[in-house]
Design a protein around this ligand. Structure first.
Ligand code: FE
Length: 182
């Protein structure tokens, strides 16, 4: 049975409210230095990102939060370019794979880099979903559902606050070696 976006949106909005309430004090420690790839183990510790990410980005990326639907910067964004991880800058999704899902979150039918994201089974909130995380920094990005458009039939439902945007004409400068799945 297909569940409507509006019902799922209502559920996720409630989740966003509750997760926000639960994590207001989650980022207690402050750290002025950005986690480095030289110490990958430390870079995965949530406390390392305090003071680096905005409170909203921290709650989503490091504490598996969900931004309220229709609230994010990119759900209606349609510029040409790539979306990168707000935490580590890794290239994640191409605007060419973005589509309007009316879910209230940015939606993509595939990631831009073969190993850019990792999928994990998520049993939180009494549901069985597939979580999507950044493969480089382990940051929570959103979830992927099997109700997307062709050619994959997938809908990567991603939090805007977990993303940053790089215009197409700046990609070569930022990512000199591309590994697109196209
Ligand atoms: Fe990342």
């Amino acid at each position: 049975m297909r569940v409507s976006f509006s019902f799922l949106g209502f559920c996720f909005t409630l989740m966003a409210i509750f997760s926000g309430m639960a994590t207001i004090s989650g980022c207690q420690a402050q750290n002025d230095s950005h986690p480095t790839s030289q110490d990958n183990t430390d870079s995965l510790k949530a406390s390392s990102w305090c003071g680096v990410l905005s409170p909203d980005a921290y709650r989503v990326l490091r504490e598996q939060g969900t931004e309220p639907r229709f609230s994010g910067e990119f759900w209606l964004h349609d510029e040409d370019g790539v979306y990168v991880c707000m935490g580590c800058g890794a290239q994640l999704f191409d605007s060419g794979a973005k589509f309007k899902s009316n879910s209230g979150w940015p939606s993509f039918y595939k990631p831009s880099i073969t190993d850019g994201v990792e999928k994990r089974i998520d049993f939180s909130y009494g549901m069985r979903r597939t979580e999507v995380v950044c493969n480089k920094c382990d940051g929570h990005l959103g979830h992927v559902f099997e109700d997307g458009p062709p050619p994959t039939g997938l809908r990567y439902c991603i939090n805007s606050v977990a993303l940053d945007f790089v215009p197409r004409d700046s990609i070569a400068l930022k990512f000199p070696i591309s590994n697109s799945v196209d």
